[in-house]
Write a protein that binds this ligand. Structure first.
Ligand code: SF4
Length: 789
């Protein structure tokens, strides 16, 4: 027997009744919270009409053997000479002159009217839809009267359509639960530390805690998080798992792990989400030229039904193939499918970014969601980006020029477009108020640039009105630029609404352009808020050190647990050396070139094989590379280039052949494509030389972060520079030992590696390092190391 299905009235009717083109969706929206209060007050003043506002309603009803619980809030209840009327309000930027009632809005009103009539034993009831124009505050109401039986037939009909989906979902859920119940760990044995990780992950999920795991390479982090999280879907009644990462390669690893579990008997629906520009068949979205967008909503529900019935691990290729056969937009299709999946694999931004997070999951009511955050050491910088926004003066001025040149006869510019031009003038004035004297300068101020923000709001409002009054505006030459800037302006305002003492306004004046950035220095409070979208967070990485930093930046101490696991590999197969006779500080780099070159040579001369040397910048790397390849012509060298394409990147990695019969040295920059997320197993990599403590270059923004955290009583240099630097060192060095049969060395070149502030950040398996201070010592140490079996 199917269990109870809970759904909001709005989600239900929007799902069942949707039709037409993508992008042609309603220009009406439910009145948002603040807006809604204002509109309600306005409507009340005009008509004194509501006896109750925001009336909560709930209906328990059985259709096709399924128990439904439908709930929602009616905007208003009116009483007119003993006759009750439900009022549903929708707002729009448009004028209401040609306004028509939309079926989906009336459907909501009918559902609420039915529930109210049933609860209050009314035979008849009114169901109105009221439209409100934000542009000119005009109001238009469509009035209807129904008998209760009539509404009951309607409600049952909608639920019948939805129940077909529910029956499929129930069947899939039953299959899922049964498969998870009997699902065994898919390997014969556990690696060292793996069982503890699995147990701790499960415990954290069941206790609704945040667990931070520093788990070295080789433990099997993906399976050790996904396996217990899957078990919790049935034993802890959790609803969905979000596997969040910053890199495609980690998303592929998560899909591969689910495939492996599928072979072991697992039956779940999982989807890997891909960014719009990476899945759109046209490369970038252009609704007007798109065959998939036309009639998308007429076909989408059958496409969803089909894919859910026939596929389980839904990768990008699977989405593309089904979107082709059903002719629906693959991006929107994937987002819709995710609503019905048990596991959603995607970028961090789907859960955190205020611009793109999955409002379909998190905006209305929270579910029992688990966030598994892979490579979590990358998250804080990403969070800073997600909660920051920039806007440029030239973008507005160029748009103004484009509009004026597109409409040659300026007397023909319609009023709505002329208002857009006026609003651009105000935005320009807002920029000019902030403009510094100097032509080239970075500057900052604590206060939000209120005038500019107000002017950008004006630009959004006038553009909104222009778009709504000119549905054919897409034919204008300036349309795409106007639309792009409109979206940018929205993103900027969204961040302006979050602006507080943790932000700073930055200005970049360059070549007559002024870029204003609302820079989120400390995203911790916003991250904490966003974490309320999940019941438990498992954040894991091989380099999640120090614990206090990550915990404080990701939700705070309360309910946080930290687990540090040792490497599962034999420590004797890794030799760590520190040579403190070299300084790679910026001011010493020129003098250090010969010393670094000699040490790389010593390190790679003891055994044929492949090695990689990491540097803090392209400039320093190229200097060392040139000197090295000139001095040691017999050694094969390859070097990373700034402009590497995906193909060139793959070619670079292909040079790391197994069982190489000569020496090959790759030169790469730290923090680039080769220092993270690559797997050179076995003999493909025998050692890494790291000529830097990885500190990022000094910058205005990083200095502001340092100053902010100093003022907070923390070590600002750690927060802005050192933690980031050592993370890159550990990630780069982490390329050496990938499996239990790997053997290799890490040579750290810089005297600062001996300072406590850096050593405190090293993984435990490095602390048995050997100090070396000359090329000869390096050579001798490694000769002995390679001789040992
Ligand atoms: S298929 Fe591409 S162009 Fe068409 S709606 Fe989707 S993203 Fe836009």
């Amino acid at each position: 027997m199917p269990s109870r299905i809970e759904i909001s009235v709005r989600s239900l009717v929007e799902f069942v009744l949707r039709s037409g083109d993508l992008g042609a969706s309603s220009s009406f929206s439910p009145a948002r919270m603040q807006e809604g209060i204002r509109i309600h007050q306005q409507l009340q003043q005009i008509k004194g009409r509501y006896i109750e506002k925001e009336l909560p309603l709930r209906l328990d009803i059985k259709v096709n053997d399924i128990d439904f619980r439908i709930s929602g809030r009616a905007d208003g209840l009116m009483l007119d000479e003993g006759f009750y009327i439900i009022d549903e309000i929708k707002s729009t930027a448009k004028s209401l002159s040609n306004c028509e009632e939309e079926e989906v809005h009336l459907a909501q009103a009918k559902f609420y009217a039915y529930i109210y009539a049933l609860d209050n034993k009314l035979d008849n009831i009114g169901a109105n839809v009221t439209y409100y124009s934000l542009h000119d505050e005009d109001i238009r109401t469509f009035e209807h009267e129904y008998e209760r039986e009539e509404l009951e037939t309607y409600v049952t009909h909608i639920l019948h359509s939805y129940s077909l989906f529910c029956m499929l979902l129930e069947r899939l859920k039953d299959e899922r639960d049964e498969s998870i119940l009997t699902l065994e760990f898919p390997f014969d044995s556990y690696r060292k530390g793996q069982k503890k990780m699995i147990n701790d992950v499960y415990r954290a999920i069941s206790q609704k805690k945040r667990l931070f795991v520093k788990a070295p390479t080789g433990i099997g982090k993906t399976i050790s998080t996904i396996y217990p999280a899957l078990k919790s879907l049935i034993y802890e009644d959790n609803e969905k798992i979000f596997y969040l990462t910053s890199k495609t390669i980690n998303r592929e690893a998560a899909s591969d792990t689910l495939m492996l579990l599928k072979d072991a008997g697992l039956s779940v629906r999982a989807i890997a989400l891909t960014a719009k520009d990476k899945i759109c068949p046209y490369g970038s979205c252009d609704l007007n030229a798109c065959d998939y967008a036309r009639g998308h909503f007429d076909r989408i529900n059958s496409a969803i039904y089909d894919i859910l019935e026939t596929q389980d691990i839904i990768t990008r290729d699977v989405i593309l193939s089904y979107s082709e056969s059903h002719k629906v937009c693959p991006f929107e299709f994937a987002l819709d499918i995710s609503l019905f999946c048990d596991v959603i694999i995607g970028d961090y931004n789907y859960a955190f970014d205020p611009a793109v997070y999955l409002k379909r999951f998190f905006a209305e009511q929270m579910g029992k969601y688990i966030f598994l955050m892979d490579e979590a050491h990358n998250f804080i910088d990403r969070a800073r980006d997600m909660f920051s926004a920039s806007i440029e003066k030239t973008a507005f001025l160029e748009l103004r020029k484009l509009i004026k040149s597109a409409i040659k006869d300026h007397t023909m510019i319609p009023k709505e477009l002329s208002d857009v031009l006026k609003s651009i003038g105000h935005v320009n004035a807002g920029f000019l108020k902030l403009k510094p004297e100097q032509a080239e300068i970075e500057f900052s101020q604590k206060a939000l640039p209120e005038n500019l923000v107000k002017a950008i709001r004006g630009f959004i409002e006038s553009s909104d009105y222009y778009f709504s009054e000119y549905p054919n505006a897409n034919e204008e030459a300036f349309y795409q630029d106007l639309l792009n800037l409109y979206f940018e302006a929205h993103a900027f305002i969204r961040i302006a609404e979050l602006y507080d003492e943790r932000y700073t306004m930055l200005g970049y004046q360059h070549d007559k352009n002024l870029r204003i950035k609302l820079f989120c220095i400390d995203p911790s409070a916003l991250v904490k808020d966003a974490l309320s979208r999940c019941t438990s967070l498992i954040a894991f990485s091989a380099t999640l050190i120090p614990a206090s930093y990550y915990i404080s930046m990701m939700g705070g101490l309360e309910d946080a647990v930290y687990l540090m696991l040792d490497s599962p590999f034999n420590p004797e197969r890794l030799k760590v050396m520190i040579d403190s006779s070299v300084s790679t500080r910026y001011s010493h780099r020129q003098r250090s070139i010969d010393r670094v070159v000699q040490r790389i040579h010593s390190a790679v001369s003891s055994k044929n094989g492949n090695y990689i040397a990491f540097f803090p910048s392209y400039e320093y790397m190229n200097q060392i590379y040139e000197e090295f390849s000139k001095t040691y012509e017999d050694i094969e060298c390859i070097v990373q280039e700034r402009s590497f394409t995906e193909l060139q990147r793959e070619d670079f990695l292909k040079q790391f052949v197994d069982q190489n019969t000569h020496v090959m040295v790759g030169f790469a920059v730290m923090g680039g494509a080769f220092s993270e997320g690559i797997d050179l197993k076995g003999d493909r990599l025998s050692g890494a030389i790291i000529a830097t403590v990885g500190l990022p270059g000094i910058s205005y923004e990083l200095d502001l972060i340092m100053e902010y955290f100093n003022n907070e009583g923390k070590n600002g240099f750690d927060y802005a520079y050192r933690y980031q630097g050592m993370n890159k060192v550990m990630q780069s060095a982490g390329r050496v030992i990938r499996t239990s049969s790997d053997k290799g060395f890490i040579l750290l070149l810089d005297d600062r590696f001996l300072e406590a502030s850096y050593q405190n950040l090293m993984p435990r398996e490095w602390l048995d390092f050997e100090r070396v201070s000359s090329p000869l010592e390096i050579k001798n140490t490694l000769e002995q190391f390679w001789e040992e079996s």
